[in-house]
Design a protein around this ligand. Structure first.
Ligand code: SAH
Length: 214
């Protein structure tokens, strides 16, 4: 389905009406067409404000949730960002418009491969997508200015907290996968971590280990 100016306007309107008001975030989401990140059956729903199924039994998040999470992360142009849960690659692509560099990891090699192809096709050069268990973070590239987790953990994973710079922000859905989860913003200060509960959400669970499925 082609992204016409009218559909684009409706897409941005839905974001604003859900509280995505940060001009930089709206601008980034205006630049990244969600269409290429969704294939098959659901391609014609790409511009609806709803989560949709992707490969490996995973989901691409609802655009307004992507917007709210990105907004809560308060990314600056010099930031090095880690995303845990590449999925379709859409959230990473949005972050790539706001950050200096984005590292994104997924436990499914297939999702990482497919996302890389889309990033190349869109000429996005500041994303590094890797297959890894993101619950351990990415020690080689740590510390990070910002960390975004797009799968639900029972608690903010310790290694991720440890890989956050002082002054850094992590946004993570916390809770049991089959119950209500809450989006939490963690800010690291000189002396510890401040926790802020943002809103109820529903994400697929953070699963330990890398998938062996191809
Ligand atoms: N941000 C994605 C949506 C993520 S869905 C998008 O924009 O489309 C959640 C993703 O987290 C899934 O792809 C799942 O495979 C991944 N995931 C779950 N547990 C993980 C882990 N321990 N490490 C890395 N990725 C994980």
């Amino acid at each position: 389905m082609a992204l016409t100016p009218e559909i684009q306007m409706q897409f941005l309107f839905a974001l604003r009406s859900h509280g995505v008001t940060d001009a930089k975030v709206l601008n980034a989401m205006e630049k990244i067409d969600r269409g290429p990140f969704i294939r098959g059956h659901f391609a014609d729903r790409a511009y609806d404000d709803m989560p949709l199924p992707i490969a490996c039994g995973q989901t691409i998040s609802q655009p307004s949730v992507v917007g709210l999470m990105t907004q809560a992360l308060n990314v600056s142009p010099r930031d090095k960002v880690l995303e845990v849960g590449t999925g379709s690659g859409y959230q990473a692509a949005v972050l790539s418009q706001l950050a200096r560099r984005v590292y994104t990891v997924d436990r499914h090699p297939r999702l990482v491969r497919e996302a890389r192809v889309i990033f190349d096709g869109l000429d996005i050069t500041n994303i590094t997508a890797l297959t890894a268990d993101g619950s351990h973070g990415l020690p080689d590239q740590a510390p990070f200015d910002r960390i975004l987790v797009t799968a639900a953990a029972e608690d903010p994973p310790g290694p991720l907290l440890a890989q956050l710079k002082i002054g850094g922000i992590m946004v993570v859905p916390v809770g049991q996968s089959d119950a209500v989860q809450h989006l939490i913003r963690v800010t690291r200060s000189e002396t510890g971590f401040d926790y802020n509960e943002l809103r109820p959400v529903r994400f697929v669970p953070l699963v330990e280990g890398v998938s062996r499925e191809e």
